[in-house]
Write a protein that binds this ligand. Sequence first.
Ligand code: ATP
Length: 473
Amino acid sequence: MAESSKTSWADDVQEQEQEQEAMAKQAGQAAGVEDESQKHSELVTNEHDVKVTLADQQADPNSPLYSIKSFQELGLSEELQKGLVLMRFSRPSKIQERALPLLLKDPPTNLIGQSQSGTGKTAAFVLAMLTRVDLTKNTPQVLCLAPSRELARQILAVVNNMGSFTGVKTQFAVPLAIEKGKIIDAQIVVGTPGTVLDCIKRRVLPTKDMIMICLDEADNMLDQQGLGDQCFRVKNMMPKTVQVLLFSATFPQKVIEYADKFAPTANKLTLKQEELTVEGIKQFYMDCNSDDEKYQTILNLYELMTIGQSVIFVRRRENANELHKRMAEDGHTVSSLHGAFEGTERDRIIDDFRFGRSKVLITTNVIARGIDIASVNLVVNYDLPTLADGRTPDFETYLHRIGRTGRFGRVGASVSFVQDQLSWQQMDAIQRHFNCVMTRVDTSDWTIARKQIKAVLKSNASQEQFMGVGAGN
Ligand SMILES: Nc1ncnc2c1ncn2[C@@H]1O[C@H](COP(=O)(O)OP(=O)(O)OP(=O)(O)O)[C@@H](O)[C@H]1O
């Protein structure tokens, strides 16, 4: 597949909006990246059960039909079962138990699926895609949209891995990934909304046989005017009977109306706001009095950041460049990623990080969502996430950012820096919003401070050892 050396205007605009608005973002990554070292067969057992709201009022949500305990109960093809074995998925996670019977039942029904970060939503919708697709037809039948190149790439990798024994044909649909003059005949297409819309309009992507459209990070996609509009236009070019799936860890009230419009009469798996934080992620904060002190604090944290892998989130691209430069000048090995990098460069940076060749990644909200790297055990909010006004805390982004650690039952830590009254208020609002507690780390004694966080990171390392998963350190 041809690779992109430049992102399209649509993606650029999207990213600018995301960064400028310091909200919603992108995420994910890694296509063709067959990293099974991150997979393990432990199960995520959330304390909170999802609320099931069935469009079909006759159906009983407590019926065993609506919750499975094994993948075998789904009657999957042998090839798909082999794919699950390859991925070392022995049993479904909670969201998969609930979502899969609803996703696979006939007649196909729309689904809005919510569960905490890192609990296996991707596998749920990918399994549904691979089950529904008719492999005897060489036409596009399933479309999956994600808000960023990185996330689309990561989803595509899951489709290719899970479907590796099925012979399914897939297509990556991001800027410059589609050969000139080609009419897409792959059965499953994964891409970003701007490119996909463009392909449909240019008749490069036929839609007449489409049976399923899935939006990952759906709240993010439907909330942003540009992306939301593109998603609606794409959907309007699908056959009326298309099954619509919307997945995310967050569905804030303000997008529920759009979600209901986009996926009418959908079955719903939802969580309460105070159930959204992942138990395994220990949330800390550090009191810094100035920008200089923030920088000193990150230097003091560096030793911990390389125990596993860590992501440092800053507000803007310039902040990422500046922090990268300063840390490098001070002798620390760090990398940075944001929307100003060209596509292939972005792929290289994220792959280096994914495979542990780099340990510390400084980034904007570009990878706040969806990125799944098991050995990330520390997330630093160098700048707390805010909405466009730069003041109002961006709750959803906070949750997605810290969700880059603590994947699938692992433990992890997040550290948020607060440096003035405004950031204190933002932190306070985040705690109240999610009914969670951020623990103060006293930085007057760094030996004690490091110990406090190390205790969490160490338990992560030992859990990974126990699971036979490389901790990447
Ligand atoms: N049944 C399973 N058994 C073992 N591992 C699983 C299973 N389901 C998912 N996983 C693994 O759990 C990790 C997290 O899954 P995934 O990325 O789908 O989470 P998510 O819910 O989409 O998270 P986010 O909200 O951050 O996008 C992945 O590495 C995935 O391979």
